[in-house]
Ligand binder design. Sequence first.
Ligand code: NAD
Length: 364
Amino acid sequence: MRVAVLRETAPGERRVALVPDTVSKLRGAGFEVTIERGAGSQAGFTDEEYATAGAELADDATAISGADCIARVAGPSATEVLSMPSGTVLIGFLDPLTDADGIARLRQQGIVAFAMESIPRTTRAQSMDALSSQATVAGYKAVVLAADRVQRLFPMLMTAAGTIAPVRALVIGAGVAGLQAIATARRLGAVVSAFDVRPAVQEQVESLGAAFLDLGVRTEETAGGYASELTPEQQAQQQAALEERIPEFDVVITTAAIPGRPAPRLIPSSAVERMRPGSVIVDLAAETGGNCEATVPGEVIERAGVTVIGTTNLPSLMAYHSSQLYSRNVSALLMHLAPSGELALDWDDEITAGACVTKPGSSE
Ligand code: NAD
């Protein structure tokens, strides 16, 4: 099976789907790999490293004509889909819950598309879980961005010039990104509180040394381990409770999400205005509309002296390690779909069937 990796074309995307180390492992497992020249350059991987790892280098995107599979980070544009031969296997973040048109285009073109978002989050598929690997990077980077902007030191310091109190940080949403944000903020010395509507996470929050903030709002966990959406009454209750508590914090990192739905609106602008000037909010949900009313997706703004960071695609800002982790997720999926380098799709397998969003011969 020949796998091709092209330069990413989505604006601001610096990651690459396969890194040289994984190329060499795939070669050892019976795969052929073609890399478009420069595909890894923005993530810190050179063409020479790919060549040494056993990849064939192609001068441009025509490389896909001889490929059985295309591995990408972001989904292809409409024009790119038209250039893909029917029957090609595609792997990437394809946004299957919200980009119905994009998925329909892939189906029309006869592409066998596997969405990284649709890989079941089971123990067996853990090595392929790109949502988790990228959320880990995003959670870390959110804290680093906050630390850069906040006008305070994170750790408590006792100096000859007096004692400095530590930053008080609040993490809202304690999924994968939130837990990494808690751990990172703790490592920097902040005093951390966290909140999630899934009561099951309280223990995980506390085991990282953070306090669980009880806002009196709880929901059931769905079978996939996700939160179910709040009712409008619960949402109003959560906003009111947060408005009360938020002035206590210097840094707020919000990561609350419901798959396939707009991000829940948790922090009204009135709550932002009650925070101390110089405080920072990092809204990791900016891509799906934001948890904070004041967030402008893709921008950093100031509101009543509070910095609100709505920067999107944080993993792309740490493209080397994000790509390294993503590449391992992709190669684990490739080896699952094509053991020994030969494509053998087993539609009774829950990972193969679950991740495929344009199953051949079906309207799914
Ligand atoms: P996510 O990105 O969909 O959501 C982030 C967090 O926001 C979740 O913890 C969610 O409960 C929370 N949230 C939603 N609405 C909220 C609100 N109104 N207020 C506060 N918080 C709110 O979630 P994720 O990080 O992708 O993880 C979801 C689940 O999947 C978790 O239970 C996680 O442990 C589980 N998971 C399992 C595996 C595995 O078994 N292999 C791997 C990764 C994640």
